[in-house]
Design a protein around this ligand. Structure first.
Ligand SMILES: [Zn+2]
Length: 398
């Protein structure tokens, strides 16, 4: 059976999936994201993707996530304050609405925005969309007094009230669907088996992933922030590290990476299992962070969701796409660069194999840091915003 271990539902309806680079790049404090943190791996580099989903039968278009609003300094104060404590770099070139319109997609053709969750690097600025675009949120979001009403009516909310103003807000209810996929409760979004929302709790209230049918038998798993680093679920017994890292996965660094590059360069510094153990090739390098500064509101549940994700990663029928995995932008066509290109052909193009081990580039190599920071400092209007951190922390005026 192709979908071994996963109860993937059958349908011949598909969605066209286009990968949108939200142009957000971040360098963040690893302690808030992964556990353990190794020397020379104190920072993580994160890109940030969203997805333009189009039902192949009806033509209906929805966005799954929006990235970060370009004028992030206008986010609610609570949001800015939290962000400032984990960010060492942040840069956003464009709002996702500019990317869409610049490539011929009118905003009034987007029937819904689906938020994987309510964090600022996914919510974008829905107020830029017309009121005809509905907003779809995960379980509990509309009922949380910590979130709604939004800022400024509710000074402590991390969400802006204007995101909701004048538009339909639809909260997904997984209690009544009677559907489960791969261990996650599911909801058939279009009702035709082409696109499912998945209940993936732990990172924050109402966190959802999506499963998009890219062909009759293949899927893209849109991961949101089920975790932030691929090393949280790879390698695994079903996706073990090969003896040599495949060509193309590692950055060009001849001083450190020989060609071919043996995997023990990495397994010898496995942070969890003893280096002599063969388990180093089959055990994820990290857990999700449960540190006091963790971005996860419920780390234990978040870890369970990540553990459940492993079966999807093991399936040859599923491409796992974390919102913050830089490898996606290396090996998949983006809507930004090629608006007519979708990612539906990922399997025939060998993308699953190509993106699999690129996360190793982030790890320390030879007693020094891995990949250089993607961005240093908080950027505003095309340059480093020197007083930015003090402003975001509420210690200075914008
Ligand atoms: Zn995120």
């Amino acid at each position: 059976m192709q979908n071994m271990g996963l109860d993937l539902p059958q349908s011949d309806r598909t969605v066209r999936v286009r990968l949108v680079d939200t142009t957000t790049v971040m360098t963040v404090d690893a302690l808030a994201f992964v556990d353990p943190v190794q020397e020379h791996h104190e920072h993580l580099n994160l890109t940030d993707v969203a997805f333009l989903i189009e039902n192949d039968t009806t033509g209906q278009k929805v966005m799954f996530d929006l990235g970060t609003r370009k004028d992030y300094w206008n986010l609610p104060p609570v949001t800015l304050n939290r962000g400032a404590h984990i960010l060492s770099g942040l840069k956003i070139n464009q709002d996702v609405t500019e990317v869409l319109e610049g490539n011929g997609v009118k905003l009034d053709t987007i029937s819904s925005i689906i938020w994987s969750h309510y964090h600022w690097d996914h919510t974008g600025n829905p107020a830029l969309f017309p009121p005809s675009t509905s907003l779809v949120v995960g379980p509990g979001v509309t009922k949380s007094p910590l979130l709604l009403p939004g800022y400024p009516e509710n000074p402590n909310s991390v969400l802006s009230a204007e995101a909701f103003a004048g538009r339909d807000v639809i909260e997904v209810n997984f209690d009544t669907t009677g559907l489960t996929i791969g261990g996650f409760r599911a909801m058939d979004f279009f009702g035709d088996g082409s696109f499912y929302l998945l209940d993936t709790p732990g990172h924050c209230l109402g966190h959802m992933c999506a499963l998009a049918r890219t062909t009759k038998d293949t899927f893209a798993f849109l991961g949101g922030d089920i975790c932030h680093f691929v090393g949280d679920f790879r390698p695994s017994p079903a996706v073990s590290l090969p003896e040599h890292i495949p060509d193309g996965a590692l950055d060009h660094d001849p001083a450190y990476f020989p060609a071919p590059c043996p995997c023990n360069l990495f397994t010898d510094q496995h942070p969890i299992v003893p280096t002599s153990s063969t388990d180093a090739k089959t055990t994820p390098f990290f857990k999700v962070s449960s540190h006091a500064t963790s971005v996860n509101t419920d780390p234990a549940t978040a870890q369970q969701s990540v553990d459940t994700l492993r079966a999807f990663d093991a399936s040859p029928s599923v491409l796992v796409c974390l919102a913050h995995d830089p490898e996606l932008l290396r090996f998949l066509p983006t809507f930004n660069e090629m608006p007519s290109a979708d990612i539906n052909g990922w399997k025939e193009n060998g993308v699953k194999e190509k993106v699999r081990w690129g996360w190793l580039n982030e790890l320390p190599r030879g007693g020094r840091p891995g990949r250089s920071p993607l961005v240093e400092g908080l950027w505003r209007d095309g340059r480093v915003w020197e007083e930015g951190r003090a402003v975001l922390c509420g210690e200075a005026k914008a």
